[in-house]
Design a binder for this molecule. Structure first.
Ligand code: FAD
Length: 477
């Protein structure tokens, strides 16, 4: 088949593009080298939908942050994605920081971001007593929200698939060749022909652009380490707490996540390798020190997990979105922070570019809406839980004790496409609680093996060679 559009990369940007394009009468293909969507930077970030006042005016990052914020509000409602508008407090820890807060307020006001208010010390202390006594003032932004980024990727992707998206997972793009009036995208699993190629390959977008002969920029990875803290601390902050930002980073934040944990981070460290996602003692200590500066009650012993993600920083420090000298090849590159926030607005902008390039965007007369993401069993009332358990006993068999995830929810996640341990974890939260999967990992593996009718030793944590157990000598390999 010759596709109208091939999207390279299934991060949040690729998924948002797929969702937007499948609203039109187009043949759209998404090509992703990992075994699932959202397994790159899009799963390893802070999950903050920025308030609209953070990025500088006159940049793509600035223009698309606020537009994206507004769009997530609607998308999350339409697709049933969890969304909590927790608001943010950007703290001034000295009088010298106050003009910076005023500058951010001016920036947001000019863009039409509502509700930005400067709070004095007493207002902040009354609102959030856990904040450091060293704080002198804060900028309050009610528009800032939190989501689960992987849940968002899956919801966008599942809707796009239900509306005709063709998908090639586990297909790394290895070459891109222009042929007459179209492109041939070569992958490890075969070739695909498309009129337009959208380069949404995150950290590797420079290499994918070079494959098409338009390698005019470099992507530099900037690592951010984050720590997740136990639910014991739930409520220690009501809003996301920001320090005064620096020119290279928004700083280390204290984030009340959608699921009731507290996340702290990220750090910002230039690295050379695009797969350097190790967590380090130094990084963890820096994150703790940064968080304790804002909220001193946070303790090292509350840490239940650490992870690192890599921002894709392009030359020029802005997003690179647009056509190239190679007709039909469009870059959606350098999508560093606030890329999660901006993703739906980026997709809208790319649709406009494709239209200008001559692609007919005829809306479909029908668009399939999937049922809203199921409410978590653990969050239902006792009556609702009893009703569901009476319908299917697998609801009353709890697999993940920390998060209260039932067998039925794990099975649903596997049937929805979770084909690895991480695929199940990110779809259900099984393994994300205090014990980090020590209790439930093998139970999830047993269910996956049973559903896929495959031996345990063929299962992986996140695809590729990330096998979980060895084959028994007597088992065929
Ligand atoms: C620590 C950290 C915290 C952050 N916090 C926030 C935040 O709170 N709010 C916010 O708005 N933004 C945040 N960001 C930024 C945000 O996470 C990114 O902007 C966003 O996830 C980028 O999405 P993407 O789809 O461009 O990239 P990715 O998610 O990396 O997706 C690119 C995809 O392309 C695939 N790919 C690469 N090469 C190939 C190939 N050759 N063939 C096929 N597929 C390929 C990859 O496997 C990957 O899945 C943060 C970033 C970091 C690192």
């Amino acid at each position: 088949m010759r596709y109208d559009v091939a999207i390279v990369g299934g991060g949040v940007v690729g998924c948002a593009l797929a969702y937007a394009l499948t609203r039109y009468q187009l043949n759209t293909l998404l090509i992703e080298k990992a075994c699932d969507v959202g397994f790159g930077t899009s799963k390893a970030n802070s999950g903050v939908i920025h308030g609209g006042h953070h990025s500088r005016a006159g940049t793509l990052r600035g223009d698309l942050e606020w537009a994206g914020n507004r769009q997530w509000l609607l998308l999350c409602r339409d697709l049933g994605i969890g969304f909590r508008q927790v608001g943010e407090l950007m703290l001034a820890l000295s009088d010298a920081d106050v003009p910076v807060l005023e500058e951010y307020k001016r920036q947001g006001d000019a863009r039409g971001v509502p509700g930005l208010t400067l709070w004095d010390r007493q207002q902040v202390r009354d609102d959030t007593p856990s904040i450091t006594e060293d704080m002198v003032a804060a900028l309050y932004a009610p528009t800032t929200a939190v989501i689960n980024p992987y849940e968002a990727c899956f919801a966008l992707f599942d809707h796009a698939r239900a509306n005709g998206l063709r998908v090639a997972l586990d297909h790394a793009v290895t070459g891109i060749a222009a042929v007459q009036d179209s492109w041939v995208v070569q992958t490890q699993g075969g070739d695909f022909e498309a009129d337009f190629v959208l380069n949404a390959a995150g950290l590797y977008a420079d290499e994918v652009a070079a494959m098409a002969g338009v390698g005019t920029f470099d992507i530099h990875p900037r690592k951010g380490e984050e720590l997740l803290l136990d639910k014991r601390l739930e409520g220690i902050v009501r809003h996301i707490i920001f320090p005064c930002p620096t020119p290279i980073s928004k700083g280390i934040l204290v984030i009340p996540t959608l699921d009731g944990t507290i996340m702290i981070g990220p750090s910002a460290q230039e690295v050379t390798a695009k797969d350097e996602v190790t967590t380090t003692m130094e990084g963890g200590s820096e994150v703790f020190a940064g968080a304790q500066r804002l909220v001193p009650g946070i303790q090292m012993r509350d840490c239940i997990a650490e992870f690192a993600g890599l921002r894709a920083i392009a030359d020029g420090d802005d997003f690179i979105i647009g056509t190239t000298v190679a007709h039909g090849f469009v870059n959606v590159a350098g999508i560093q922070s606030p890329g999660l926030t901006a993703a739906p607005a980026i997709a809208e902008r790319v649709c406009a570019i494709l239209r200008d390039e001559g692609l007919a965007l005829r809306p479909k007369t029908t668009f399939v809406s999937l049922p809203a993401v199921r409410a978590r069993f653990a969050g239902l009332t006792t009556e609702e839980q009893a009703r569901l358990s009476a319908q299917d006993a697998r609801y009353s068999h709890i697999i993940c004790r920390c998060e209260g995830i039932s067998e039925r929810e794990i099975i649903d996640a596997i049937r929805a496409g979770g084909n690895t341990l991480d695929g199940i974890k990110f779809r259900t939260r099984a393994g994300m609680g205090r014990c980090q999967g020590a209790f439930c990992a093998w139970r999830c593996m047993a269910l996956l093996a049973q559903e896929r009718q495959t031996p345990l030793h063929t299962l992986t944590k996140r695809g590729g060679g990330s096998w979980l157990v060895c084959a028994r000598p007597e088992e065929p390999s």
